[in-house]
Write a protein that binds this ligand. Structure first.
Ligand code: 5AD
Ligand code: SF4
Length: 446
């Protein structure tokens, strides 16, 4: 039987889809990228914004036609929307065969096999710590890639007032350091050079789900970075996302010490206004955020920052927005994901009036995007004439004769490979030209 998996949403979901594919492939299912060719179609969904849910529901609705044409196929929904809607999803979309919640991922093969045997709808949305055991499966075929995701924890205990994640992904559960190191080791043995550590709040890794940030020097996540830094053959370590309130000096120092940890940090800011941060229940101020950034800048030469921002949170005034804009300029983010606030049923913020008009949200979004592209363009142009080290990824998407690689600061570099260049090599490139998105090779270095 052939399985098709389509992913909506974040990198955590991408990783869950990969783990699902690996578990199913180990149980004898074949994988396909073609919907028409599949016997089992699984949709891994996202609930963070309404738009993400609307997209998945729209797609699932259209599949009713496919199911009428081919009643023998199975349609499954997993991920955050599956968790949030559970049985309600079956009522809305009766042609769906199974619904797997976020803490039931490890049971996916078993549910599919039961479904094939019995053919009656199955909904599993209970909480289960054993979900951590399914997280380490990777597809052997993926070993031609140089980079891999590792989910180090699941869930979130923060309850930021706008966010649905703690409701749909449950409480924080961390894996152990030896378990993660063993997974990284086997990935490196399969040819992986770079790992991206994933979690809703990686800075809370190993804190047993404490709702309050740790002592300034205590950082189990920093300890994990130190262990992974020792792994022979591994060249780079990235991670996403740490919550600023958990980003203490212990973690800053660990990043400073670990040579393989990349010089780019994704640190979700959400807002630069202290009063909005408070209503968001973020538990840090703009000054505390800047302290982390400045401490990192002191310890890590040339470090770059990216972030997540929400515009149009309930009550966000022009002044609040300008505080965000100002802080973004002060930090000098090279990249940012900017989201228009979307009320999520069941969260604290959804009880507040969604007071910022749609057009104002859009306008604020556009202003931040314009600032960003100006700033990224200037930062990239400053690198023209410099020689940078890149990890080679392979042929670029647009032109296979030109290859792409990435700097430690997470900038894409397009270059012409030498005959001996292979994906996974660390090479030096002299930058000749820059755009807001990419850097391009100039005179080649021999
Ligand atoms: N509306 C808009 N953006 C949101 N995010 C989380 N919840 C919402 C919401 N209700 C954004 C945050 C988070 C990112 C993953 O999604 O910026 O960091
Ligand atoms: Fe959502 Fe806040 Fe948890 Fe991030 S830290 S997943 S924004 S509740």
């Amino acid at each position: 039987m052939k399985v098709y998996i389509r992913t909506y949403g974040c990198q955590m979901n991408e990783r869950d889809s990969e783990a699902a594919a690996a578990m199913l492939s180990a149980r004898g299912f074949a994988l396909t990228n073609d919907e028409e060719d599949a016997d089992i179609l699984i949709f891994n969904t996202c609930s963070v914004r309404e738009q993400a849910e609307r997209k998945a529901i729209g797609k699932l609705g259209i599949l009713q036609r496919l199911k009428r044409r081919r009643p023998d196929i199975y349609i499954g929904v997993m991920g955050c929307m599956a968790q949030r809607l559970g049985n309600r999803l079956l009522k809305k979309l009766p042609h769906v065969d199974f619904v797997i919640g976020t803490e039931q991922l490890h049971r996916l093969p078993e549910v599919i096999e039961a479904e094939i045997a019995a053919r009656h709808p199955e909904v599993r949305t209970g909480s289960d710590h054993a979900v951590l055991t399914g997280l380490s499966s990777h597809l052997a075929e993926k070993s031609d890639s140089i980079s891999a995701f590792i989910a180090i924890m699941r869930g979130c205990n923060r309850f930021c007032s706008y966010c649905i994640v703690p409701y749909v992904r449950g409480r924080e559960k961390s894996r152990t350091i030896p378990d993660i190191v063993a997974e990284a080791e086997s990935l490196v043995n399969a040819g992986i050079k770079e790992i991206m550590l994933l979690g809703q709040n990686v800075a809370a890794f190993g804190l047993d789900g404490k709702a309050t940030p740790p002592d300034p020097e205590e950082s189990p996540f920093g300890d994990l970075l130190r262990e992974l830094d020792k792994l022979p053959g591994l060249l780079r370590i990235r991670f996403t996302s740490p919550h600023p309130a958990y980003f203490n000096m212990g973690l800053v120092k660990a990043i400073g010490e670990c040579k393989k940890v990349c010089n780019s940090v994704h640190l979700p800011l959400q807002s630069g206004s202290d009063s909005i941060l408070e209503i968001m229940n973020r538990r840090y101020t703009s000054a505390q955020y800047l302290d982390i950034v400045n401490n990192l800048k002191k310890l890590v030469q040339g470090i770059t920052f990216s972030t997540d921002i929400i515009v149009g949170f309930p009550g966000e005034t022009e002044d609040d927005f300008n505080a965000t804009r100002g802080l973004m300029n002060e930090v000098g983010f090279d990249n940012a994901f900017i989201f228009k606030y979307s009320p999520r049923e069941g969260t604290k913020a959804a009880e507040m009036e969604d007071s910022v008009p749609k057009e104002v949200k859009e306008e604020r979004n556009q202003l931040l995007l314009a600032d960003l592209s100006k700033r990224a363009g200037a930062h990239n142009r400053a690198l023209v004439g410099e020689t940078v080290e890149i990890l080679v990824e392979g042929p670029s998407k647009r032109n296979s004769e030109r290859w792409a690689g990435r700097t430690t600061t997470n900038k894409v570099v397009i270059f012409t490979p030498k005959p001996e260049t292979s994906p996974g090599d660390l090479i030096k490139i002299k930058i000749g030209r820059a755009t807001t998105m990419s850097l391009f090779q100039g005179v080649s270095l021999d």
